[in-house]
Design a protein around this ligand. Sequence first.
Ligand code: ADP
Ligand code: MG
Length: 362
Amino acid sequence: MADVRLTGVKKSFGAVEVLHGIDLDIADGEFVVFVGPSGCGKSTLLRTIAGLEDLSGGTLEIDGRVVNDLSPSDRGIAMVFQSYALYPHMSVYENMAFGLKIAKADKVEIDRRVRAAATVLNITDYLDRKPKALSGGQRQRVAIGRAIVREPQVFLFDEPLSNLDAALRVKMRYEFARLHEELKTTMIYVTHDQIEAMTLADRIVVLNAGVIEQVGAPMDLYEHPRNLFVAEFIGSPKMNLIPAELVENLARSATVRTEAGDIVTVAVDASSGKAGDRVTLGVRPEQLGLTEPGSPITAEAVFVETLGNTTFAYLTYSGLAETLTVQLSGTVRPKTGDHLTLHVAADQAHLFGTDGNAFPRP
Ligand code: ADP
Ligand code: MG
């Protein structure tokens, strides 16, 4: 078990800096998920922690010890990649034991660790099989098993579920949650999938172009995104972002006018802005209600999806390039062409200033 502390961590490849000074404290036993769009630096950050890449600047500490110059094998970490490359000619048992054998561990100890890991991962029945006789999910478990037997202080996972089909991903997601509950070891998990991030993380780190946009518990990011980037990235379907003009900015509430002319009041402190500012009103699809309370806006349905338990309506709204997405109860089934009056509750809507940062709640 160990905590991990990054201070001003930078990484360049040649002249190109891809990590621009990352500060992050990960507590002992925490499950932290790095999430962000492709190419934002998630893998580079993880590989830097693993020691597979040198730091270009800053300090990395694991369990209170500066490890900048330590080799990967001396850092007490184990990493699992998306492509799990098992040795095809070895059994599951041999695959899991291999690293310990190379490290000249005691045979009895190797056996104890392999069997313990197999029990945790529910692969005890497959120990004698070769990888080709396993399903994709079972193979990924063996790859995780190889990491577990090393009894690391920190697990690093780089998109471990990306190669699996959708149904298996859901199942394995649960397995990771269970694994963490059982082992209680510090885990750092990289994904571009915000649902994986939301369901697994104690805390999510949202990365964008080599900088941290926000760190927080999943619901904290969902309910209090710090800026437009996080607001758009966290949540599926996405938050509706409506261009608007600031009309009144009091300390406890702000009023905006959308391009369609609707007047919406939001419970934020927009005193740092000024009337006339171009701002962005943010409302999640499930927070646009057909009933009061809230400021009404009217839009026309152009497409309706009835999923049974839920109805999604997509509406045209002046000023929006894309449609407005509304999530309604499954019993509500508007038709294409219907004009819906939707209510924006003041304490649920978000307001982002001209700089893209959210105005705080009062
Ligand atoms: P992510 O995992 O978030 O998709 P990466 O960490 O793989 O992103 O990459 C971040 C950026 O660093 C990308 O622009 C990528 O092209 C660049 N990069 C990654 N590894 C190397 C490398 N070995 N040499 C040069 N550029 C690299
Ligand atoms: Mg990556």
